[in-house]
Design a protein around this ligand. Sequence first.
Ligand code: HEM
Length: 153
Amino acid sequence: MSAPEGRRGWPAPVLLRSYDRPAGLDNPRAPRRRTGMPNFEKHAWMFMRLSGIVLVFLALGHLFMMLMWQNGVYRIDFNYVAVRWHSPFWQTWDLLLLWLAQLHGANGMRTIIADYARKDWTRFWLTRLLAVSTIFTIVLGTYVLLTFNPNIS
Ligand code: HEM
């Protein structure tokens, strides 16, 4: 397929052959490279749908509890956090929210990076950076949630 006059970068550069997602428009039946886990993209897509459903309750419930319920945001202080995280129910809620929002958001960002990165190099390093920041936030958040001790001396 040749680019129409005056339209540089057409077809879209994200569809280059070196990056096999989706197959190049000019050769749709080209054999796909088999790399990584089989069906990873399908499971990642299903995870987005399922975690989305759970996040509706977790994230909206969280916002409602924090911003509207009782005195809303005005009642939040160190004591409030200490009492809240003393309860296994809220610990579990926040832990689930942390993990699901991080994994859902990170996988969504991975898709966006794959859509927009024009070079393999850019996509590779942005995805690595995203993975490092996601793991860092999940590990740190989980650590704080499970070990929070209100008795600071
Ligand atoms: C409130 C409940 C939520 C629902 C129902 C929901 C649902 C979805 C769905 C269905 C997709 C598209 C998946 C696909 O077909 O590829 C998606 C994408 C995405 N979500 Fe969520 N989500 C929610 C919350 C969140 C949160 C809290 C974050 C951030 C931490 C987030 C970040 C993203 C991102 C970055 C994408 C990718 C967008 C794209 O591909 O252009 N979502 N979400």
